[in-house]
Design a binder for this molecule. Structure first.
Ligand code: ADP
Ligand code: MG
Length: 692
């Protein structure tokens, strides 16, 4: 960086208290918003605008929200009614119109209203009665003054004692004094290619656009910048990871792995083969694998994971398989046990409910290397867990783990290979955004002969018929899940809960054993119930979404979901994936009385769509990405102005541009890219700190 840039940066890094009118108390409130410096302040963007542009009444439509200015033309009339309710009205002459201004619940206005005073009013205009219901008013000395409050005014999120109006003033002052110091970060070539505003012009216009068009142009510039910088960082990380981080070259015996695959009770699908090939290549290669394996429920990810673990153990390393719940850990443990039945692989299960003796033995085994593969929950990332030679880490339902948790597991080995699995199909745009530093493999095919889960949507009034259908299935020897949104009755929500419904079903079906499962049960109780359901001792399992992930009971053929409109589509799809895992035709019945058009659409999507990726795409369109992942820890970046759904085209473009740039030798030399290089350096340094 040259000297001039350096000083510019310093100027912007001055504390907010440098601004006139910003004292220590204010600075404290500002710091709650993450604003410490002038630069932070300038980059605190408005989330919407209020239109205070003065309007010519002749052009205003009925019921439109407007701002007008005029002179008071009558004495005020104040009326009280109800409790603490009041209505003050007076005439105002606006151009050639005599309108009635009505101000509710602000009785003190009466004292201020004097015939002849100039007032500016904002509110909703009833054009027929020429009556303005005032939301906001301001006394002015004469028309044309108070230009502070004209135009499109930005609205900011503020906290504490801060007021939006003050905030505007500070931003305005900061823009006036410091806008010139805001350095451009994007290269000229990209600005020209996409006709983007300069950074300082865009900043000015984003805060105080003259019209909507200006606001839009400013936003477009920052959307691109955010995506571009984010992608640049991801691409750089990925490049560096490949080049610098020495991973393990796991040399396994190809023939033995091939024989292991042959020994499985089924033939791998073509998609499983493809995925496996990539994973095994990564294992052998001297870099650390960092791969996301996506596949619909039942697509056979666990089988692929088992083969990878086999290869890693064969190469002389240990494997760790981390899952979010104990039930799932138990199941994966059991299926790995079956997969490895013929092999001399030492397998262990470590969860929060392992006894202290068990735990001690397992920890010793991991440290000594006598245990080859451990399946477990968060218990795996405790401080006192050490591996002798950890080579492969697999996490299932990876979006349920935070970035930090995965990192902690990774640090238990020396650059182990990492495979993240997810059954939540993530649409491509999201995947490349959230996981741009990962390689992505998709298993897009189900094993042959899998029957579609027939899906029906019924209204609550049809419950009797649903019960008869359930009875029919159970009499044929099958089992059923019934999922409710809540654990117990809530006075706020009129929604089914497992406690009541469990009681109701137990009474309605005395001949069946009805089980109960929810998150508030102790883990041994949960496991016992799951075990009994899996063993066929329980016919109907009434449960919350704790069964959502991974549970595998092939004899269960019926999934009933109560108040289905309360779940996300991807979640419904996950739940539906609990059935259809055996030889029998399976069914999913959604009970829902949706009240909105979207609600109806959602049920129809579930009825007609069986492909998880399709469901996810539609879900995303209806709900947005935050909800989609359900957790802030997902590693999904938060953008200030950009929106991954609406701006996905910009995202794709920015990604391509970033990749092209980072892989071009001139990027590391040309002056034009110096600010970007500085930015990257800073980002990567921060990242390195996190990784330590
Ligand atoms: P996922 O983890 O993707 O949900 P699993 O690996 O649990 O899927 O597989 C679901 C079921 O299908 C398991 O019972 C598994 O043994 C079986 N399975 C896996 N791969 C195949 C295959 N290629 N052909 C037939 N069955 C398979
Ligand atoms: Mg699975």
């Amino acid at each position: 960086m040259n000297k001039q840039d350096w000083t510019e940066k310093q100027v912007l890094k001055q504390p907010v208290t440098t601004l006139k009118g910003v004292g220590e108390a204010t600075a404290e409130d500002l710091s709650l918003l993450g604003i410490e410096t002038i630069e932070d302040l300038l980059f605190h963007f408005p989330y919407r605008y209020e239109d205070y542009r003065l309007r010519d009444l002749a052009e205003v439509g009925h019921e439109e929200t407007v701002t007008v200015e005029g002179t008071v033309h009558s004495e005020p009339l104040l009326r009280f009614y109800g409790r603490n309710k009041s209505r003050c009205s007076f005439k105002v002459l606006v151009d050639r119109y005599l309108i009635t201004a009505v101000i509710f619940n602000r009785p003190y206005v009466k004292r201020q209203v004097k015939v002849g005073r100039t007032i500016r009013l904002s509110g909703k205009m009833d054009k027929h009665r020429l009556q303005l219901t005032v939301q906001h008013y301001q006394w002015t000395n004469r028309a044309g003054q108070n230009e502070e409050d004209e135009g499109l005014l930005p609205v900011y999120s503020v906290t504490g004692k801060l007021k939006v109006a003050q905030f505007r003033k500070w931003i305005k002052a900061a823009l006036r004094d410091y806008a010139a110091f805001i350095p451009e970060i994007l290269p000229q070539s990209l600005l020209e290619r996409y006709k983007l505003l300069s950074r300082s012009a865009a900043l000015q216009q984003l805060h105080f656009p003259k019209d909507w068009q200006e606001g839009k142009q400013a936003k477009r510039r920052f959307v691109y910048e955010e995506f571009f910088l984010f992608q640049l960082k991801l691409q750089a990380l990925r490049k560096r990871h490949r080049e610098q981080v020495k991973g393990l070259a796991q040399h396994y015996d190809h023939q033995k792995v091939e024989r292991f695959i042959q020994s499985l009770p089924f033939k791998l699908t073509a998609a499983q083969h493809r995925a496996l090939e990539q994973i095994l290549d990564d294992l052998q290669a001297p870099y650390a694998m960092n791969r996301l394996l996506q596949g619909d429920v039942g697509s056979g990810k666990t089988a692929v994971a088992a083969i990878a673990l086999y290869a890693s153990v064969n190469a002389g390393y240990q494997g760790a398989f981390m899952v979010p719940t104990e039930i799932l850990a138990e199941q994966h443990y059991l299926s790995l046990k079956r997969f490895f039945a013929q092999d001399n692989i030492q397998l262990a299960l470590l969860t929060g409910s392992s006894s202290s003796t068990e735990r001690r033995e397992i920890l010793a085994g991991l440290q000594l290397g006598t245990i080859d593969v451990v399946v477990g929950t968060h218990a795996l990332i405790q401080e006192d867990v050490f591996f002798k030679n950890l080579g492969l880490i697999i996490t299932d339902e990876q979006h349920r783990f935070g970035v930090e948790q995965r990192r902690r597991l990774r640090r238990k080995g020396a650059a182990p290979d990492v495979l993240l699995m997810t059954a939540t199909p993530i649409p491509r745009t999201l995947a490349i955004t959230a996981f741009g530093d990962l390689d992505v493999t998709v298993i897009d095919e189900l094993p042959a002969g899998r029957k579609k889960v027939e899906t029906y949507w019924v209204r609550e009034e049809m419950l009797d018929r649903v019960f008869r259908f359930m009875q029919n299935q159970i009499d044929q020897g099958r089992q059923a899940y019934v999922v409710c949104p809540l654990i117990e009755e809530s006075d706020k929500l009129d929604v089914q809960n497992v406690l009541d419904f469990h009681a109701e079903l137990s009474q309605a079906f005395p001949q069946y054993r009805v089980g109960l499962l929810h998150g508030r049960l102790g883990s041994s109780e949960k496991e016992e119930t799951m075990r009994r359901f899996a063993a066929g001792e329980i016919h109907i399992l009434v449960t919350t979404t704790v069964v959502e992930v991974g549970v595998d009971v092939p004899n269960a053929t019926l999934m009933i979901i109560y108040d289905a409109e309360r779940f996300g589509l991807s979640q419904l799809h996950q739940l539906r994936g609990r059935v259809g895992r055996g030889e029998h035709q399976s069914y999913c019945i959604l009970i829902a009385n949706p009240k909105t058009e979207t609600g109806i659409q959602r049920m129809q999507i579930m009825r007609s769509t069986h492909d998880g990726f399709e469901v996810a795409k539609k879900d995303l369109a209806l709900r947005g990405p935050g909800d989609f992942f359900g957790t802030k820890q997902s590693g999904l970046p938060e953008f200030k102005v950009a929106d991954m759904i609406h701006d996905y085209r910009a995202l794709e473009v920015a990604r391509k541009d970033a990749a092209a740039l980072i892989n071009h030798p001139s990027f590391w030399e040309k002056e034009e890219y110096a600010p970007l290089r500085a930015y990257l350096e800073e980002q990567l340094r921060a990242e390195a700190k996190l990784l330590d």
